[in-house]
Design a protein around this ligand. Structure first.
Ligand code: MSK
Length: 660
């Protein structure tokens, strides 16, 4: 294995670790060995019943090939996309549901270690749900909010509550094309039902059901998760931290929190700061306790507490290969089972903590919100006890980068006018004038089949150079952070002059870290606020805005791409289309969706073409809105109104309340 090893990561610290241990298998080696099935790879395989699996291949397969039941290639490909969307919606939906039940437990006094930290955000959400909050006990409001949001999961008729946040015109499009989602569970079940053998045989109809399901994700499960996480743990505001695999130290007990749901991780953040725990760590010869994050649990604790991030999806195994991880704690989603095998080569204890995620060889602690702190102490103590067991020397790296993370929708609004005049006016004006060419949501996973993290870095560099403001989430944020792109200073050096001027005036970096993958819902909220502000499009569709997931992996990514497409944002995903085999399905997801919703889901493997396509979408949207033509280099000479240093001075004077 060592001789032909291919390491497809653009992150130097991960590459250094893997190169120093060529015999240790990682996802890069497995990606190299596992050639994708060429038929499944392009969506031409149906496994939905036992008359198959059917392969719809051959000359003119689009019009002539049929499965044993008679299903055509477009139907098979559409079913595949729809089921991926249902899988992703289920994942984000269950995440949101868990958060809603935690809020309910807090409100009812069954989760004493948690409390409502952001009362203003609670009131804001209560207002959106038409729940009275004036003069009421916080926990009473929290109970009503949790109860009403929990109803969104099982609602049989009606619509998901938070759809009301979307601009009216966007909502009208959903009504017109019959994709207003009811309850999340209902939409997921319906997609599974529709796509089983002998059901819907119309590709367009199947894909419309998938769009409805995806909206239940974006404006339901994900948005609920984001809102409740803010309510319980605080609405993020910019905070400085560090990124890369170099965050782990030889002297300290190192603990990793990985996954997506931050409830237990929040408790671990508290426990590692307890003087008794630090004193206990010292008795074992450690200097202290060092907590680091991975993937989206990392994003959650990074933007609220400044806990450093070790990186995204492909860094899981390299993190353990440092030999420095005393406990690796995982919750839900994007956890590769292979970490247990790598951990066996070292002294690392892997803790699984959700009953939905069991991995043979891991130590399981069933997370119970009523015992959250006690369980966090159990994990931290086990990590400390494991510190003296470090025997095998891993490959340590020291390079790390500063990052600024935690730009919530509320904070971006606040930065454009302060607490009393918070708005999106300065940004809208800058876009209308052509100082900022447009906005790109750079999101999604890092993929071991490509130069992992490299396409994120390439696009981030080129987009800001072209005066495009980036909002970043999930592992894309980790990719940008691990490359040193999440500081105003470094990124501003590379930004085009118009974007740089606006960022300096408002006091924001050109790449805004918005959070975890569920926090793509923050982009929906921002786009809605920009539409309501006026001066650009009066709906989400038609904005000079694009979503890009250049290294996507998961079903969640497909569900996210679909909810952006349905909401009016063209999305470009990297790699070959997973439904390339069917021209009709490709046409529906690009041309038909664009005509109906002004959004699309397009796949493009060439990073340069992704960039060109994104800029083309943006420029065409500008032309349709009759905005000033974007001219590179035209701006950038005007006076700086308020720079980052000045903004920080204001911050030092007192962190503002930004929930309202
Ligand atoms: S963790 S879904 S690999 S972004 Fe949210 Fe990263 Fe993709 Fe998982």
């Amino acid at each position: 294995m060592a001789k032909d090893k291919k390491i497809r990561t653009a992150q130097p610290s991960a590459a250094q670790i893997m190169e120093s241990m060529p015999d240790q298998e990682t996802c890069f080696d497995r990606a190299d060995k596992m050639k994708p099935c060429p038929i499944g790879h392009e969506g031409a395989c149906c496994k939905h019943c036992y008359m198959g699996p059917c392969r719809l291949v051959g000359k003119d397969a689009e019009t002539t090939a049929k499965g044993v039941c008679g299903a055509t290639l477009p139907v098979v490909a559409a079913r595949y996309m729809a089921r991926m969307c249902a899988g992703g919606t289920a994942a984000h939906g269950d995440h949101g549901r868990d958060m809603a039940f935690t809020l309910l437990a807090v409100a009812e006094g069954h989760a004493k270690d948690f409390q409502v930290k952001d009362v203003r955000k609670l009131y804001r959400v209560a207002g959106d749900l038409n729940i009275e909050f004036e003069g009421r006990q916080v926990n009473d409001v929290a109970r009503d909010v949790a109860t009403k949001l929990i109803e969104d999961f099982s609602r049989q008729r009606g619509e998901v509550n938070l759809l009301s946040r979307a601009p009216k015109k966007t909502q009208e499009r959903w009504k017109k094309y019959g994709i207003v989602p009811r309850g999340m569970d209902r939409e997921v079940v319906e997609v599974m039902d529709r796509t089983t053998m002998g059901m819907d045989a119309d590709a367009d109809s199947i894909l419309s059901a998938a769009l409805r399901c995806s909206l239940a994700n974006g404006w339901g499960g994900s948005m609920i998760s984001t809102d409740i996480t803010d309510i319980l743990f605080g609405t993020p505001m910019p905070i400085k931290a560090e990124a890369s695999l170099g965050i782990f130290t030889e002297e300290d007990v190192n603990i990793v929190v990985h996954g997506h749901e931050p409830s237990l991780a929040e408790m671990i953040v508290d426990v590692v700061q307890e003087p008794e725990m630090i004193a206990y760590a010292k008795t074992k010869g450690a200097r202290g306790i060092n907590l680091g994050g991975m993937c989206c649990t990392a994003n959650e604790v990074l933007m609220r507490h400044g806990i450093p991030t070790a990186g995204g999806f492909t860094n899981q195994e390299p993190a353990i290969m440092t030999g420095l991880i005393d406990a690796f704690t995982v919750d839900v989603q994007c956890i590769i089972p292979a970490i247990v095998e790598v951990a066996k080569q070292f002294h690392t204890i892997v803790f699984t903590t959700s009953d939905k995620v069991r991995i043979p060889g891991a130590t399981h602690i069933s997370f119970d919100e009523s015992k959250a702190k006690e369980q966090a102490r159990q994990i931290v103590k086990a990590a400390i006890d494991n510190f003296p067991n470090r025997t095998k020397k891993g490959s340590h790296v020291t390079e790390k980068f500063p990052v600024i993370a935690g730009f919530s929708h509320e904070y971006i609004e606040y930065m454009q006018g302060g607490r009393w005049r918070a708005s999106f006016r300065p940004l809208n004006d800058a876009i209308a004038a052509g100082r900022v060419r447009g906005v790109v949501g750079l999101a999604g996973c890092d993929n071991p089949r490509w130069p992992s993290t490299g396409i994120h870095k390439y696009l981030a560099t080129e987009l800001i150079k072209n005066d495009v403001l980036i909002v970043s989430t999930g592992c894309s944020s980790a990719a940008c952070g691990g490359a040193g792109y999440l500081t105003p200073e470094m990124a501003l050096e590379n930004a085009g002059p118009g974007l740089r001027e606006v960022c300096e005036a408002i006091g924001i970096p050109p790449i805004l870290h918005l959070g975890a993958c569920v926090d793509n819902s923050r982009i929906l909220t921002i786009a809605s606020a920009m539409a309501k502000e006026g001066g650009l499009s009066d709906e989400i569709g038609g904005m000079p805005a694009v979503g890009i997931a250049p290294e996507w992996i998961t079903e969640k990514a497909i569900a996210i791409g679909m909810y952006f497409a349905a909401s009016g944002v063209p999305c470009i995903f990297g790699g070959e289309s997973p439904v390339k085999a069917s021209k009709e399905v490709v046409r529906i997801m690009t041309d038909v969706w664009f005509e109906r919703f002004k959004g699309a889901l397009v796949f493009e493997p060439d990073p340069e073409k992704i960039l060109a396509m994104a800029l083309d979408y943006i420029d065409k949207a500008r032309a349709n809105l009759k905005l000033k033509k974007y001219e590179p280099g035209k701006f950038g000479t005007e006076k700086v109104l308020m720079d980052m240093a000045a903004r920080r001075e204001i911050e030092k004077a007192g962190r503002p309340h930004i929930g309202l």
